[in-house]
Design a protein around this ligand. Structure first.
Ligand SMILES: Cc1cc2nc3c(=O)[nH]c(=O)nc-3n(C[C@H](O)[C@H](O)[C@H](O)COP(=O)(O)O)c2cc1C
Length: 351
């Protein structure tokens, strides 16, 4: 029903408008007494307790989360947790508020089941986000805080932006994701060079030592690094003491797309997400997992539309998965469908 009715209606409007509209509608519905519980019941599975897993020292009620960029300002994680997500990664958050790139900056590639975005890390800044996180209602929900640098901060000073966000958010999140891989902020992904990775991760590990509790620090990587670059990035992150990886961010690649070349040229630059990213990101997961002998947790993200897509990532070495574009194209039952397959697999009852 989502694809045949709701999606057709929603996709009439520009994607950023739809995002705002849907979020406002959901927030409105949740004000109706009983709505939250009804949503929870509709979107959860029987036997879900068997999906519980401990990863990065945290207890996840199931392996499916909402990827960074959907709730940039921590404004709707309470409501969206009712769609079955066990964790939601807020952000990317920067020290100061910033408007991001000019519109239009989000595009659908319908023939490819994909999106291109060049949002440019638009967000309301770390102080605002911190104030929002104080309103967490579902105590079982895991919150990841994805941090970045302001566009106006030169790469040579980037570490101070990461430290500032880290210190402000640390007490309000369960893990920290370090975004060095966004393709939509000038030169940001250059920070994946080994020296910068080592400096930034090591600085955050040192900052963490000042807090009484030890929360995991994860590095979010790009799918566009060559195997040699990825190798060096991981070596640097390991040396610095990273706790795990998120693979992957969006790609600047445009290979093997069905969308017309003229349309792609009209859209212009930006990070591609969705189905065309699926296998690329799965290969990055496999690469990291093999390199580290499965010793570090990986959150797999990129092009998950079906339960089998999620299973492929878990089998390639991910301990958890996240969705973004698949949530938009497939609708809110995507989490329930993935979890259902995993439950059936556990009980060996494929249907
Ligand atoms: C509109 C949009 C905004 C995004 N913003 C962020 C962001 O702020 N920080 C980040 O780390 N990733 C961001 N991402 C990347 C997603 O978190 C995810 O890594 C990527 O889209 C691949 O997953 P998918 O194919 O399921 O969408 C964004 C993606 C989209 C489509």
């Amino acid at each position: 029903m989502y694809k045949s009715i709701f999606r057709k209606l929603l996709f009439i409007f520009p994607p950023e408008t739809v995002h705002k509209l849907v979020v406002s509608l959901i927030k409105f519905f949740f004000k109706i007494p009983g709505a939250r519980n009804a949503f929870r019941r509709i979107f959860s599975n029987r036997n879900e307790a068997c999906l519980e897993r401990e990863v990065i020292g945290l207890k996840f009620s199931n392996p499916v989360g909402l990827a960074a960029g959907f709730d940039k300002n921590a404004e709707f994680f309470n409501e969206f947790s009712s769609f079955g997500f066990s964790f939601i990664e807020i952000g990317t958050v920067t020290p100061e508020p910033q408007p991001g790139n000019s519109r239009p900056r989000l595009f659908r590639l319908l023939p490819d089941n994909a999106l291109v975005n060049r949002m440019g890390l638009n967000n309301k800044g770390v102080n605002y986000v911190k104030s929002r996180l104080q309103h967490k209602e579902n105590q079982g929900l895991i919150i990841g805080g994805n941090i970045g640098k302001n566009s106006s901060t030169h790469n040579s000073n980037a570490v101070s932006d990461y430290i500032a966000c880290f210190n402000e958010l640390y007490s309000f999140v369960d893990y920290v994701a370090v975004n060095l891989s966004c393709p939509n902020v000038h030169n940001l992904s250059d920070l994946q060079n080994p020296d910068s990775v080592k400096l930034i991760i090591e600085s955050l590990v040192n900052e963490r030592a000042k807090f009484p509790s030890k929360k995991p620090i994860l590095l979010k990587v790009s799918p566009d690094l060559s195997p040699e670059q990825l190798n060096q990035t991981i070596d640097a992150a390991e040396e610095a003491g990273v706790d795990g990886y998120i693979a992957t961010n969006t790609t600047t690649g445009r290979n093997n797309l069905k969308t017309k070349k003229s349309e792609l040229e009209k859209i212009g630059r930006g990070g591609l997400s969705g189905k065309p990213l699926r296998d690329v990101s799965t290969e990055v997961i496999r690469f990291i997992n093999q390199k580290l002998d499965g010793k570090k947790p990986i959150i797999g993200v990129g092009g998950i539309f079906t339960p089998m897509d999620a299973l492929e990532k878990l089998e390639a070495g991910a301990s958890l998965v996240q969705v973004y574009t698949g949530f938009i194209y497939e609708g809110p039952f995507i989490v329930k469908r993935i979890n259902k397959l995993l439950i059936n697999k556990m009980f060996n009852t494929y249907i």
